[in-house]
Design a protein. Structure first.
Length: 294
């Protein structure tokens, strides 16, 4: 029985190793070479509007020009002062959750952050791939640490006599555990962001709506938040295949859902704890409600 179990065990180790390795490389490849999606043409200013905006020196008139252009677009978030979010480098009205990346020099839809690991912007187009890359990297490190641990026990008990083997085992186990711990915190943080439907930028600076900042403005509940990133087809969740909902220009908001169905307001109170809610100052809210959306 011993002679049969060893080959089976080796085959099982090799199969698991190659599955994790393929998924790790696949998700890393997709995170790198999936270019960030930029806003569509309708968000870019026309030549006439651009000339009119640049030739105007009065800030209040510039704000009115931007508000006039934005009335035709589904934009609901505002700047801290209540104005339309505008990128003067890309010359466009920023869609909700869109931000300008100073490294890539473009506006990225639902930008989360610029990741030096993949040398790419993480946003709407590749956020799912990035999450899967973290998950499979975590499992890969766990697998390596688990398989190297039994050889570490042999080294500890003195069964390993080869000096090179001792060094390789110690180095491999140390690197695997180190990366596992760091990835565990990073992956856990992004899982928390997905559960609340926030990006990294929104976690540090809450999006501003017409009635003020609200870091839960895009929070639709745990299940719907997952579906926005991974899609409704659960069989595609663990594969690096594009399945995110929407096109990155518009995202359902809790305020709009509550306006359509008043019962959702009570459900959100049951689901959300009171810690995440921020009191809004009435003076600030009144100053932010400048432009009216159509």
């Amino acid at each position: 029985s011993v002679t049969l179990s060893n080959p089976v065990e080796k085959v099982a180790y090799l199969v698991i190793f190659h599955i994790l390795f393929v998924l790790f490389v696949w998700t890393y490849w997709k995170s790198i070479f999936t270019l960030p999606v930029q806003p569509g043409k309708k968000y870019h200013m026309s030549y006439a509007d651009q000339e009119r905006y640049e030739n105007e020196e009065r800030p209040e008139v510039q704000r009115q020009i931007l508000a006039e252009i934005a009335r035709k677009l589904p934009v609901y978030t505002r700047t801290g002062s209540g104005g339309i979010r505008f990128c003067d480098r890309c010359q466009l009205i920023k869609p909700d959750r869109c931000h300008h990346c100073s490294v890539c020099s473009v506006c990225v839809l639902k930008m989360d952050h610029h990741c030096p690991w993949v040398n790419n912007c993480i946003g709407f187009s590749n956020y799912k791939f990035f999450l899967l890359f973290l998950a499979y990297s975590l499992l890969y490190c766990l697998y390596i640490a688990a398989t190297a641990f039994k050889y570490f026990i042999k080294y500890w008990t003195g069964e390993l006599t080869n000096g090179r083997s001792k060094f390789h085992v110690l180095f491999l186990l140390f690197v695997a555990v180190m990366f596992f711990v760091s990835l565990m915190f990073l992956f856990g943080y992004h899982c928390w962001l997905v559960s609340r439907n926030r990006s990294t930028l929104e976690a540090f600076s809450a999006p501003v709506f017409q009635n003020g900042p609200d870091k839960n403005g895009f929070n639709l509940g745990f299940v719907k938040n997952l579906q926005q990133v991974f899609g409704e087809e659960k069989k595609l969740w663990l594969l690096p295949i594009a399945s995110s909902q929407g096109d990155g220009h518009f995202f359902p908001m809790r305020a709009l859902c509550e306006a359509q169905n008043p019962l959702l307001a009570n459900e959100e109170q049951w689901e959300d704890d009171g810690i995440d809610e921020e009191p809004h100052d009435s003076g600030e809210a009144s100053s932010l409600a400048i432009e009216k959306e159509t």
